[in-house]
Design a protein. Structure first.
Length: 77
């Protein structure tokens, strides 16, 4: 399971100490601190990919692109 939390810089030291305590007590496996700049870059990439999805589907419907024998089956897990 993943959890993303935005913590203010004033309270970040206390929060990191709490995470270390949880890790020592085996309540969490591990944690990672991610810089805000990386999050924004990733969000932008995802939004750009999603915005081009409509054009891609429209092009595929109009016969553009390459046909392959690949079949994708999505199952509800």
């Amino acid at each position: 399971m993943q959890l993303q939390i935005d913590v203010s810089s004033v309270k970040s030291t206390i929060f990191l100490e709490l995470l270390n305590l949880f890790k020592k007590d085996n309540m969490i496996n591990d944690y990672k601190v991610i810089d805000n700049e990386k999050i924004n870059t990733y969000d932008d990439e995802v939004l750009n990919d999603l915005s081009s999805l409509g054009d891609t589907l429209r092009n595929a419907k109009n016969g553009l692109g390459h046909k392959t024998s690949t079949i994708v089956t999505i199952k509800d897990v």
